[in-house]
Design a protein around this ligand. Structure first.
Ligand code: HEM
Length: 498
């Protein structure tokens, strides 16, 4: 063991594509291709599940889609968010949010927050999801056109469920300013340029205090982000004060996540001991983490459903046969469709980590270094950036079969979708919700919400792609459907089922 740790990191000898530029490395090909995966999936085919890329200014980045390596990275305390992610989390969510607190505090805060996201808690939000689904289908019924951009409708629907199920606030109570700012944040998140990539690369070299000071610069983007944080802070504090008063007055507050967290135990303190300001500090995180993630997964799934008329008809029959039954988990076509949507379109297809110390990553399959040596583990030096290549893992032919790049929900019906022993994420052996201590807190919430939305949508409407479909899926911070005019959007032909 000692000998292994004394060796220099093996990463410099790991093969990878030649870098096209010292300034940008492979970042433009990775982040700004016209279609997500255009280069990445090709590199994976040529170099395997682990290979080396160049970041801006000649820095090495290790791309990892090997299952054993991923299992190690997401669970190991030797890795943490990359400095860029850490700074962004601080900027967007503030220092007390679940994703910003130090690792020692994270476990207990997460356990406390989890009471609002257990299977039983999530089931209790059923009527909220149904109400949002009805509002959504009503909007589709009222639309004067049959070609409808479903992105803004689903974004609003998922914002309203977070508002009601997490915060106990109707869309009206969230306030016009917050809803408008939320749309701006979605638009900001859906824009990325060479200049931004370069600026982020430079910012990641800055010490945290300087990065955070730079956040006060008077640019329109930073103003939108600062406004989002302020509005969430004000909203969170107002809700917490109202709920604490209600709980002290002995009123039932259990209808939403914040209410559950702030309910009193009879002695005047909250049931799980969380102070009100800590609960309020999670507002921005829940509003952002729970909205576009779910909305875009649905949008991208519905686009694929539009290409599969036979599967769509069978799914509709399954839904019709189960009308009035809320046992969504026992609807095979519905769940295989959700799993396949998450497999093909993990909203966060690449998630960066940095090694906190020297460590060794195990591999499921050996790789050959440029020196000719075969290795079954990789020596990583402290400070190395490692990319959890979620989308690439979910398209590994060795694990998902020869048709790994195709959207085929039927693969889940045979029960043999994933060939491998490693248990990765919390759901269906996918990493779309990540895995390990930072895995998605809201994954059950998202699955239940998607089950209800899909049932309502597909029961009442059929979906088809417009003939002139020009939408491309791009990686712009997260996977994003982009129209030819450069705006986020996904028009579909939506017809009523008579
Ligand atoms: C399809 C929908 C969703 C997807 C694909 C998704 C995906 C993810 C991923 C990949 C992470 C890890 C990010 C990282 O560590 O870099 C994450 C974290 C998180 N998600 Fe989700 N998410 C979804 C929906 C939701 C919903 C609906 C909520 C809340 C209502 C939520 C709340 C959170 C929270 C609080 C974290 C931080 C967990 C922690 O750091 O301990 N997510 N999500």
């Amino acid at each position: 063991m000692y000998v292994v740790f004394r060796r220099p990191g093996t990463i410099r000898n790991i093969p990878g594509p030649p870098s096209p530029s010292w300034i940008f490395g492979h970042t433009l090909q990775l982040i700004l291709p016209t279609r997500y995966g255009e280069h990445e999936f090709g590199w994976q085919k040529s170099y395997g599940a682990v290979y080396r890329l160049k970041d801006c200014f000649g820095q090495d980045r290790l791309m990892v889609a090997d299952p054993a390596a991923l299992h190690y990275i997401v669970n190991s305390p030797h890795f943490k968010f990359s400095p860029m992610l850490e700074n962004l989390a601080y900027l967007l969510y503030g220092p007390k949010s679940l994703v910003s607190v130090p690792v020692e505090e994270h476990k207990s805060l997460r356990a406390a927050l989890n009471v609002g996201f257990t299977a039983a808690a999530v089931r209790s939000y059923h009527s909220i999801f149904e109400k949002a689904a009805s509002r959504l289908t009503e909007e589709l019924h009222n639309s004067s056109s049959t070609t409808i951009d479903i992105c803004p409708l689903l974004s609003f629907a998922t914002l309203s469920t977070i508002g009601e199920a997490v915060l106990g606030q109707s869309p009206e109570e969230l306030g016009e300013e917050l809803i408008r700012n939320n749309l701006e944040i979605v638009a900001v998140a859906a824009s990325h340029s060479r200049q931004q990539i370069l600026a982020e690369a430079i910012l990641s070299y800055l010490p945290a205090w300087l990065f955070r000071a730079a956040a006060h610069l008077p640019t329109p983007t930073l103003k939108t982000v600062r406004d989002a944080k302020r509005l969430a802070y004000e909203l969170g504090n107002r809700i917490v004060q109202e709920k604490l008063v209600a709980a002290r007055d002995g009123l039932d507050t259990d209808g939403d996540v914040f209410g559950v967290l702030l309910g009193m135990d009879g002695s005047g303190t909250t049931k799980n001991g969380l102070p009100g300001d800590v609960v309020a500090a999670q507002t921005a995180l829940f509003l952002i983490a729970g909205q576009e993630t779910t909305a875009t997964t649905l949008v991208l799934g519905l686009r694929e459903l539009s290409r599969l008329p036979e599967f769509q008809a069978n799914l509709r029959s399954e839904i019709m046969a189960n009308t009035g039954n809320i046992a969504y988990d026992s609807m095979p076509l519905l769940n295989s469709f959700i799993k396949e949507s998450l497999r093909m379109f993990p909203i966060l297809p690449i998630d960066d980590r940095i090694a906190r110390e020297d460590t060794i990553i195990p591999l499921s399959e050996k790789i050959t270094l440029s020196t000719g040596e075969e290795i079954s583990q990789i020596v990583i030096e402290k400070g190395q950036i490692v990319s959890i290549a979620i989308a690439a893992f979910q398209r590994l032919e060795s694990r998902w079969g020869k048709d790994a790049h195709e959207f085929n929900p039927n693969r889940w019906l045979q029960g043999s979708a994933y060939k491998g022993a490693e248990a990765l994420g919390p759901y269906a052996n996918l990493l779309s919700f990540l895995g390990g201590p930072h895995s998605c807190l809201g994954w059950r919430f998202a699955i239940f919400e998607m089950q209800i939305f899909i049932c309502e949508l597909v029961r009442q409407f059929s979906f088809a792609l417009p003939e002139d479909d020009t939408v491309r899926i791009r990686l712009i911070n997260t996977l994003t459907p982009m129209m030819s005019n450069g705006q986020k959007g996904a028009p579909l032909i939506v017809s009523r089922i008579s």
